[in-house]
Design a protein around this ligand. Sequence first.
Ligand code: SF4
Ligand code: SF4
Length: 253
Amino acid sequence: MIILARNNAGADSDVVARAITGAGFPVLRVPELYHLPEDSPLWTRLAALPAPLVYVTGLHARPAAWLLRRHGITATVVSRREVAGDAGALAAIRAVHPVSAASCETLEGETVARWYPVIDRDRCGDCHHCLQFCLFGVYALDADGRVTVEHPDACKAGCPACSRICPRGAIIFPLCQDPAIAGAPGREMSPDAAARRMFYARTGRPCPVCGRTEAGVGGDNCPECGRATGAPVETDELDALIAALDALPGRRP
Ligand code: SF4
Ligand code: SF4
């Protein structure tokens, strides 16, 4: 089955659908799945389709594949951005899907304009930086203790901030104008370690690697949060010293 996203990146999806059915493939036309709400029944319907599945989309192939897998759907993705138009899409479909009885069905599903991250699980090292960094609760841990996009619609539209602090380039915003953040092939994010360290320095959030919430005294610096890893500052002793100094006679007010 060829799952064809309608209204994909500048495509006339009627023409594309005709070209694919004309070449002898069964086509299921769907909305662009990135904009399908999490609880749409269409996800369940698609997950129940028999293999082989090919998803033809206007998104880049890498985020589209992980988007589908997040919903239990395994498909070969043909990105119309990444192949040479309709002819390229047909060639890619022929390479992975047998010709069978041509058909064309449309599945409706209500969509809303959405903006949220997709995690490339092949790259993610579960370092938890995104979990610490996102102040809007988009990320959480799943039952296996792995970072997941738990509340995608809490993400702030148009902002790809966490993709810049991920050390592995695993966070993709498929609609981002920056091709590297949108998951374009051959384009890689440059992790911004300085921004990550500044975040930990300013917020006092616990570093998932060294566990510190503040810098110690001496020692090496944690490569992730930049905090000194020496002995922690003994605040009790410091407080006691200040209190003793405050109590000294003749202390200036
Ligand atoms: S920051 Fe990147 S590598 Fe680390 S848990 Fe998040 S997605 Fe995975
Ligand atoms: S872009 Fe901002 S709001 Fe969205 S997931 Fe990343 S840190 Fe959270």
